[in-house]
Design a protein around this ligand. Structure first.
Ligand code: FAD
Ligand code: DHB
Length: 390
C-alpha cells in the first residue's frame, strides 16, 4: 500500500494531524496498536487552550465542543487557608480556556475521520519504521497475523512516550532531557457536580490536590500520592477523605463523594527529546516530550506540534517548499521548552517533593503569597495557562 504520510498512533495528536491533512487533500494512513475502544477508555487531560479549540473548529470538529465545552475565565490557587483567583480573562485581555475531556476530543476526531473515509488500522501490531534517513521510508506492521507494508513520503510518530517512533531513532542522534519528580497523581472520575465553578489547585502540607471537572455533572479530582501507591489501596472513601483535607474548607464542604467511574495513578515527569525530526521521521506530542500535569499543558502541546507540522506538510505538498518541515523541530521546541518551564514551576510550587523540606515549603508559600499580591506575577501565570501563541 502507498500513502503520502504514515501516522503512527491514533491518540489526539495522530487524529488531529490526520484530520487536518485529510481536509487538505493529503493522503495519510493511521496505524494504532490498540482498539478504538481502548483509546477512548483512557481518562487523561481536560483543559483545552483556545489554540486547540480553534484547530478543532478549523478542521470541522468544533460543533460539539462549542455546544458542550465549558468556557472558564479563571481558576483558583489555594494555600495556607487562603484562596487566590487567577482572573484569566482580566489578566490576558479576555482570553480563557475550555473544559472538555481529551476523550471527547478523541471521539470527535475519530467520528470525523470515519465520516471522511480516511484509513485507520486499529490493533496494528509490531509496527516498524524503515529507511527514514532516505526519501522513501516504509513502515511494516502485523494485522490478523499477516505482515503489511506501507510505502510513504513521511512517517509521523504520534505514538506517545512508550511508542516505537522515538525508539527507532539511533541513540546517538537524540539528546534526552529528563526530570523525574518522585511523586504521582491519583485521579478519580465521578458523576457528581464539580466542587466549585472553576478549577481549584491546592497546595497543602499533606500534598497537592486539584478539583477539576468534565461537565456540570461530571468531576475529575486528583490527590498527590507517592509513585509506589497502588490504586487498589485507595477506596473511594479514602480518596475523598484525603482530597477534602487538602482543599479550602468552603470547597471541601461542597464535594459530593459519589462512586468513582475510574481511578488511575500517573507519575510526574518532565522529558524532552531533541531534535524532533530525523530525515523523513517526525516526533509529535508525547512521543517527543512529557510535562508533569500541573498546568494542563500535555495535550495542548501535542496540538501546537500538530499545527507546526501540518503547516509544513501542506507547504511541502501544495507549494513544493521544504521550509516548513525543515523549521518544524526548532519551532515546536521553542514552544515546548516554555511549556516545560511553566509545568515544572507550577509543579515545584504546589507539590510536596522529596527535596522540598522546611525551607522549600517556605519558598513555596512565599512564591504563592507573592503571586497573590502581585498583578504582574498573576498575569504571568495567566498568560502561560491560557497558552502562549503558536
Ligand atoms: P497519546 O495520547 O499517548 O497517544 C499515543 C497513541 O499511540 C496511543 O493511542 C497508543 O496506543 C499508540 N501507540 C503507542 N505505541 C504504538 C505503536 N508501537 N504502534 C502503534 N500505535 C502505538 N495532560 C493534561 O494536560 N492533563 C492531564 O490531566 C493529563 N493526564 C494524563 C494522565 C496520563 C496517565 C497520561 C499518560 C497522560 C496525561 N496527560 C495529561 C497528558 C496528555 O494526555 C498527553 O499529553 C496526550 O495524550 C498526548 O497525546 P498524544 O496523541 O501525543 O499521545
Ligand atoms: C486536569 C488536569 C490537569 O493536569 C490540570 O492542570 C487541570 C485539569 C483534568 O484532568 O481535568
Amino acid at each position: 500500500m502507498r500513502h503520502q504520510v504514515c501516522i503512527v498512533g491514533a491518540g489526539p495528536s495522530g487524529l488531529l494531524l490526520g484530520q487536518i491533512l485529510a481536509r487538505a487533500g493529503i493522503d495519510a494512513v493511521i496505524l494504532e496498536a490498540r482498539s478504538a475502544e481502548h483509546v477512548l477508555s483512557r481518562i487523561r487531560a481536560g483543559v483545552l487552550e483556545t489554540g486547540l479549540v480553534d484547530q478543532m473548529r478549523a478542521c470541522g470538529c468544533g460543533d460539539r465542543l462549542d455546544r458542550e465545552g465549558l468556557v472558564h475565565h479563571g481558576f483558583s490557587m489555594a494555600f495556607a487557608d487562603r484562596t487566590h483567583r487567577i482572573d484569566l480573562a482580566g489578566l490576558t485581555g479576555g482570553r480563557s480556556v475550555v473544559v472538555y475531556g481529551q476523550t471527547e476530543v478523541t471521539r470527535d476526531l475519530m467520528d470525523a475521520r470515519a465520516e471522511f473515509g480516511a484509513a485507520t488500522v486499529y490493533e496494528a501490531a509490531s509496527v516498524e519504521i524503515h529507511d527514514f534517513d532516505g526519501v522513501k521510508p516504509w513502515v511494516t506492521y502485523r494485522k490478523d497475523g499477516v505482515t503489511q507494508v506501507i510505502d510513504c513520503d513521511f512517517v509521523v510518530g504520534c505514538d506517545g512516550f512508550h511508542g516505537v517512533s522515538r525508539a527507532s531513532v539511533p541513540e546517538a542522534a537524540l539528546t534526552l532531557y529528563e526530570r523525574i519528580y518522585g511523586t504521582a497523581w491519583l485521579g478519580l472520575l465521578a458523576d457528581v457536580p464539580p466542587a466549585d465553578e472553576e478549577l481549584v489547585y491546592a497546595r497543602h502540607d499533606r500534598g497537592f490536590a486539584l478539583a477539576s471537572m468534565r461537565s456540570h455533572s461530571r468531576s475529575r479530582f486528583y490527590v498527590q500520592v507517592p509513585p509506589t501507591e497502588r490504586v487498589e489501596d485507595w477506596s473511594d472513601q479514602r480518596f475523598y477523605d484525603e482530597f477534602r483535607r487538602r482543599l479550602p474548607e468552603a470547597v471541601a464542604d461542597r464535594v459530593v463523594p459519589g462512586p468513582s467511574i475510574e481511578k488511575s495513578i500517573a507519575a510526574l515527569r518532565s522529558f524532552v527529546a531533541e531534535p524532533l525530526r530525523f530525515g523523513r521521521l517526525f516526533l509529535v506530542g508525547d512521543a517527543g516530550h512529557i510535562v508533569p500535569p500541573t498546568g494542563a499543558k500535555g495535550l495542548n502541546l501535542a496540538a501546537s506540534d500538530v499545527h507546526y507540522l501540518a503547516t509544513g506538510l501542506r507547504e511541502f505538498y501544495e507549494e513544493q517548499s521544504s521550509a516548513g518541515i525543515d523549521a518544524y523541530s526548532a519551532r515546536a521546541l521553542a514552544r515546548i521548552w516554555k511549556a516545560e518551564r511553566f509545568s515544572w514551576s507550577m509543579t515545584a510550587m504546589m507539590h510536596l517533593l522529596p527535596e522540598t523540606g522546611a525551607f522549600g515549603a517556605r519558598m513555596q508559600l512565599a512564591e504563592l503569597d507573592y503571586i497573590a499580591s502581585s498583578e504582574v506575577a498573576s498575569a504571568a501565570i495567566a498568560e502561560n495557562y491560557v497558552g502562549l501563541p503558536y
